[in-house]
Design a protein around this ligand. Structure first.
Ligand SMILES: [Mg+2]
Ligand SMILES: [Zn+2]
Length: 195
């Protein structure tokens, strides 16, 4: 039986949005992120991080740093009993960067390549899954993949919801104050289905 997945944007959703995270010391978990991910873990939902990291293509930081950051993130979460089932990142940019990184790839959100890969790797049914993010780009990605889109008001969320010109065209399926609020909504919804 395919699993239900919850795809999580990283910056502004799980960790603080600080512009490019170009050093591990700039990584800060948002206050309720570990609790949110633990809730998903306990409900048997696959928690999958999907993050655009075009700073690699742009030459702002090496790909190795992205991997170090993710090791740090996993350690911070583990300390609070939370765990990500998988992490995917897109290091590409369509217009800048060296060959191999300057790429019109299928993984840069709002494209769905990272979700498609996770579906295969983890046996996730994307059509029954969810994505939580702080930008309309995440909402577009979720809806293109056929998942339910939840937009949080952390990170860029509040500003995007108030001022983004796409407002009215791209409509999240649900809005939540933060990751824990979003996770609780998902878990409640999944429990109701199970009854
Ligand atoms: Mg974000
Ligand atoms: Zn990519």
């Amino acid at each position: 039986m395919p699993r239900v997945g919850v795809f999580l944007d990283r910056d502004g959703t799980v960790i603080e949005e600080v512009g490019y995270v170009n050093h591990p010391e700039r990584l800060r978990l948002l206050p309720r992120s570990a609790e949110a991910i633990r809730l998903l873990n306990d409900a048997g939902l696959a928690a999958v991080l999907v993050t655009n990291q075009s700073g690699v293509a742009r030459g702002y930081f090496p790909e190795k740093l992205v991997q170090e950051l993710h090791a740090t993130l996993e350690r911070l979460l583990a300390r609070e009993g939370a765990r990500l089932d998988a992490i995917y990142y897109c290091p590409h940019h369509p217009d800048v960067g060296p060959p191999g990184l300057r790429l019109d790839c299928d993984c840069r959100k709002p494209r769905t390549g990272m979700l498609d890969r996770a579906a295969v790797d983890l046996g996730i049914d994307v059509a029954r899954s969810y994505m939580i993010g702080d930008t309309f780009r995440d909402v577009k990605c979720a809806q293109a993949a056929g998942a339910l889109a939840i937009m949080v008001q952390t990170g860029y969320g509040k500003g995007e919801l108030e001022y983004h010109p796409d407002r009215g065209r791209v409509i999240p399926d649900h809005q939540a104050s933060d990751l824990l609020d979003a996770a609780a909504w998902i878990v409640t919804r999944e429990r109701a289905k199970g009854d």
